[in-house]
Each structure stands twice: as C-alpha cells, then as structure tokens.
Design a protein around this ligand. Structure first.
Ligand SMILES: *[C@@H]1O[C@H](CO)[C@@H](O)[C@H](O)[C@H]1NC(C)=O
Ligand SMILES: *[C@@H]1O[C@H](CO)[C@@H](O)[C@H](O)[C@H]1NC(C)=O
Ligand SMILES: *[C@@H]1O[C@H](CO)[C@@H](O)[C@H](O)[C@H]1NC(C)=O
Length: 439
C-alpha cells in the first residue's frame, strides 16, 4: 500500500458508531435535499453565529461528553482572536506534514537531554502519513484527571493512541495553556509507571529514567511532548470514572497546540482510551462532530448499537494499527456515480480520522469530483482559490444557493450523504469552496 496515498475522510453531522469489527453510521442531520439532489440553503445560515446553539441529539446510549470546536462559540476556551481562514488553511497545509510515530520503537532516556530526546531523525523512516492529527480547526472535550479531578480541555483524536497532558513542574518546557497545568503532587491517586509494566513496553516511543517509564510523541512538524508515563484516575462524567488510566505527563512540550492542554487518543492501538477501557465499554464509541462552530456535538463511550444502523466492515492495516480504515468504493455527485475506478480507492486505502478536518482524495478521485461539482455549480461566479482549495464561489449576491449532494459509497452498500458543511468550506460568503483537497 502506498502509505502516503490515503483517502482521508472527515464527516460533519453524522454519528459514527465504531465497534470492531464493524462500523456503523447513521445520519440524522438532514439538510433540505430537493428532488434534483441539491442542498438548498439560505445564505445567511452559512456563517456561524456568535452564540452557542443547542447540542446535537444523541439516540445512542452510553457515557456522553460534549464535543465542541476549539475556536467556536461553544468552546470553554476564550479566544481573543477571531478565526482567520488564511491562517487556518495555511496551518492545515503545514499540519499535513504531521507524522504519527507509531511505527518505530525509539527510546527516550531523559526528558531534557537534547542528545537523547526524541528527534525527527529517529522517525524519518516512517512513511509520511499525511493529514494526521492537529489539522485545524479541531475538536475538543473536557475531562478530569486525578483526585480531586482537575478538568482539562483536550483534543479529541481518533488518529492517535497516546493521551497526554502538560504536567507540573514543566521541568523543561510547557507552552502556555489557558487552564491551570496539572500538578501530579496534588493528586492522591497519581503514580509514575514503572519501566517493567506492559503499558510502558506498549508505547511506540518509550524510555526509562531509573525505573520510571518515559514516553515521547513526535509529530511531523516537530511538535513534541516528552515526559513521565503516568497512571491516574480519569473522570469522563460523574458516573464514569476510569481508575488507573495510563497517559503521558508532559514535562517538555513544544509545538503548535494552541491553548489546548493536551490530547485524548482514541485510536485502535493499546495505549488509547478505547483500548484501555475495553472491559468497561467493550471498545464501542460514537461521535458526532457539530456541523458549525457554534453548535456542540458529542462523544459517547459504550452503549448498545441502536437498531436500524447500516454497517460497513472496518478494515485494518497491520502496519498501521492506530487507524480506522474503511472500504470507500465510490463517490456520487447529485446521485450520479463518478467514473472513478474502485482501485483508485482500494489501492490508497481510506482512513476515517477526527483530527483531519479537510478530506483528502487521491488525484484521480479529486479531479473527477471537482469536475462534476463545477459542472453543477456552473451558474455561480467562481472566486479565487485559497490555500489548499482551488474551487471557490462568490455567493454573496444570492439569497439561497443550491449545491449538489455528494455521497460516499462504502463496502456493504452503505451510502453516506454528506451534510452541507461536509461538502463546502465557507471562508466567507464571497468565498465558498469545495471542501476537499487533492492528496
Ligand atoms: C515521578 O518520577 C519523577 C522522576 O523520577 C519524580 O520527580 C516524581 O516525584 C515522581 N512522582 C511520583 C508521584 O512518584
Ligand atoms: C523538523 O526538524 C528537522 C531537524 O531539526 C528539520 O530538518 C525539519 O525541516 C523540521 N521540520 C519542520 C516541518 O519544521
Ligand atoms: C462578490 O460578488 C459581489 C456581488 O457581485 C461583488 O460586489 C464582490 O466584489 C465580489 N467579491 C469578490 C471577493 O469577488
């Protein structure tokens, strides 16, 4: 498999219910779809409002966490600067270079020695998995660490395994975060993890300081976190407490994490929350990303699958155990299947990843989608492209607009009709862009 060719999808307004070995989806955010297979939307509904609107409803039982856009109106973090799309898209491009370091077992022997710190050289053999976590904008949840619990807002990431937070005393460096930094000495249930525990040897990047386990995560833009591998109580809700949760207590953190303290890894590998809580939740979780930055979605853990779901097999790649692979087979625009050979998708492989906000397609698939989309949008004036987007429209003089439906066909006959905001990226009313990019 050409590892850098992944098709990566990100869905708004759908609930994904992930439970090995099957993946289920259902949609309840129905845009108005006309008989001509178009989304008809009022232009004034395209821009996110300044108020946090209602939370999306979940029919799925289980432990439920509120999931919000880190810079939106529902975010618990105060952002003084407004969203700047140019920066976001430039950053998105930049973040495309993030690499997940799950392939290589490397070692960390100290949290502060430059020589022994994890370095990019150690991970250069890893195929550049393009479009991994930390694309911006991103989604966050608030959870509690330690006893008494210390609430922290963390990135929600299905594309990585190790969860980590910044920790006092920030022996080397902590980047500024809005919430107070976690202090292990104030938690009665905190303990360091010994090097001899299986949890330590399951880390892709680990090391020992005397007998204390060290962890490290290096991302492709050189953002990194290194520190003690820790064990403490994780509080998801008042009734859902996970004692002895393993996570990284970061003492040397560098990079572009913004105001967010840390990351919650929901990948498929052993260190992830999903794997660690398997006895409690059975490896089952679902999430719904809000369609706009001013509404909230949810993350649920556990619970039974509701009836009437559709299933498509969840695929694995033994060399990339972190990721959730799906069998994408086709793309349709206005209910017409694009002439893309299924091998374009099967050769590439398809990952569903909450951290990759702009879906990427192999060149042949992207060209075909763009051509069909442009045909259906021919009546609207083109606007200049921006960043990674090359198909944008100036819709500022319209009251309502019609954009063609875009549907994804997965193995097992599952068809996912994308939400309006899953099809376009609204920079401004005079720059509404096809929200996909060429790999
Ligand atoms: C964890 O290990 C570090 C380094 O050895 C040490 O400074 C710290 O006090 C330890 N914390 C606990 C709770 O044992
Ligand atoms: C990361 O650091 C390495 C070595 O210092 C450098 O060669 C590389 O260009 C850096 N990558 C980015 C994206 O800054
Ligand atoms: C968009 O269209 C409006 C109305 O036709 C025009 O006034 C405006 O200058 C256009 N904006 C851009 C960025 O092209």
């Amino acid at each position: 498999m050409a590892s850098h060719q992944f098709t990566i999808f990100f869905f708004y307004g759908f609930a994904f219910f992930l439970a090995s070995p099957s993946f289920i989806h259902y949609s309840y955010v129905a845009g108005e779809i006309s008989g001509d297979f178009q989304h008809i939307v009022k232009l004034n509904s395209l821009l996110p409002g300044p108020m946090c609107l209602s939370t999306e409803d979940s029919k799925i039982p289980g432990t439920r966490l509120k999931l919000v856009h880190q810079q939106g109106a529902c975010s618990p973090l105060k952002h003084t600067k407004k969203l700047n799309h140019k920066q976001i898209l430039a950053q998105n491009q930049y973040h495309v270079n993030f690499i997940h370091n799950y392939h290589r077992r490397t070692s960390v022997t100290s949290i502060n020695s430059k020589k022994t710190q994890i370095s990019p050289a150690m991970v250069t053999k890893i195929p550049a998995y393009q479009g991994s976590s930390f694309s911006t904008p991103d989604y966050i949840v608030t959870i509690g660490f330690g006893t008494p619990k210390h609430d922290l807002t963390v990135f929600f990431d299905t594309g990585s395994d190790v969860s980590w937070i910044q920790c006092q005393p920030c022996a080397v460096y902590c980047y500024p975060q809005q919430e107070p930094v976690f202090d292990p000495t104030k938690s009665s249930t905190y303990s360091n993890v010994s090097c001899s525990t299986p949890a330590c040897s399951q880390l892709q990047v680990s090391g020992c300081s005397d007998t204390t386990c060290l962890y490290g995560v290096l991302y492709g833009d050189n953002s990194s976190t290194v520190g003690f591998y820790a064990k403490d109580t994780l509080t998801l809700s008042s009734s859902d407490i996970i004692p002895g949760f393993f996570f990284g207590c970061g003492e040397n953190n560098n990079g572009l994490f913004g105001k967010v303290a840390s990351l919650l890894g929901l990948g498929r590998g052993p260190p992830s929350l999903i794997s660690q809580s398997k006895t409690k939740y059975n490896g089952v979780f679902s999430y719904c990303l809000p369609s706009t930055t001013s509404s909230a979605g949810y993350l649920t853990l556990g619970g039974k699958a509701p009836v009437n779901l559709k299933y498509t097999p969840m695929l694995t790649d033994s060399s990339m155990t972190t990721f959730y692979f799906l069998g994408l087979q086709s793309i349709s625009v206005a209910r017409t299947k694009l002439a893309i050979s299924p091998t374009v998708f099967s050769n590439a492989g398809t990952i569903i990843d909450s951290g990759t906000v702009i879906s990427r397609l192999p060149p042949a698939a992207y060209s075909s989608l763009r051509q069909a989309f442009r045909q259906k949008m021919a009546k609207y004036p083109l606007a200049p492209g921006i960043g990674i987007f090359d198909t944008c429209y100036n819709l500022s003089s319209y009251e309502t607009v019609e954009i063609p439906t875009v549907a994804l066909g997965f193995a097992g006959g599952v068809v996912v009709d994308l939400d309006f905001f899953g099809i376009v990226y609204v920079v401004s009313l005079s720059q509404v862009c096809l929200g996909f990019r060429r790999k």
